[in-house]
Design a protein. Structure first.
Length: 190
């Protein structure tokens, strides 16, 4: 992927990048973003590039994009992998819950609304995570609650920490996020 394939704002941001633009590191740092390729790319520039590099352990950064819209997330996945060298897993498959206990992720980007069944980029039907006691429009919120409670934590520190930084992605669920999360929520509207 060449720089010509990225929008002009990326190059401008890259030239203007500085420490003063870096958000504070906190496990309570959360972001609500609008659903679009340019916005998600700006998120990667403002959060992933600075925040994860500082918060990560030694080695390659591993990001989980927990989203059921494989087609629209594919450009962001490619952007993060090719330009930044991150290892990115894009899935909402129900199997990811068990994998969290054994695989370490440095950052989770969670879509709030995840349908029970969706199609991957090849058109194959995928059974996504879901909770019987939660509406599909709040699947990401329920996932977050259970993650923080330690439901997906591995034994002896293996897997993904319950305190891993979480980035919420949503088109319309702003009020759902405000209802559930505490006062430390940061909203960045573009």
């Amino acid at each position: 992927m060449t720089s010509a394939e990225f929008p002009p704002w990326y190059l401008r941001h890259n030239e203007l990048g500085s420490a003063r633009q870096r958000p504070t590191i906190s496990t309570h740092h959360r972001l609500l973003a609008r659903r679009s390729w340019p916005v998600r790319s700006r998120i990667s520039m403002r959060i992933c590039h600075h925040y994860v590099r500082l918060a990560m352990s030694d080695g390659q950064i591993k990001i989980l994009l927990l989203d059921d819209d494989y087609e629209s997330m594919k450009p962001l996945k490619r952007f993060l992998e090719v330009l930044h060298g991150f290892s990115v897993e894009l899935t909402a498959d129900a199997d990811i819950l068990a994998r969290l206990a054994t695989e370490h992720f440095d950052l989770l980007c969670v879509d709030i609304m995840i349908q029970r069944i969706s199609n991957d980029e090849l058109g194959n039907e995928i059974r996504n995570i879901h909770y019987d006691d939660a509406n599909w429009q709040r699947t990401g919120i329920e996932f977050f609650r259970r993650l923080r409670r330690g439901d997906y934590a591995g034994t002896n520190g293996a897997g993904t920490s319950p305190n891993v930084p979480v980035l919420f992605l949503s088109a319309v669920a702003e009020f759902s996020v405000e209802d559930v999360l505490d006062d430390h929520t940061d909203h960045m509207d573009y």
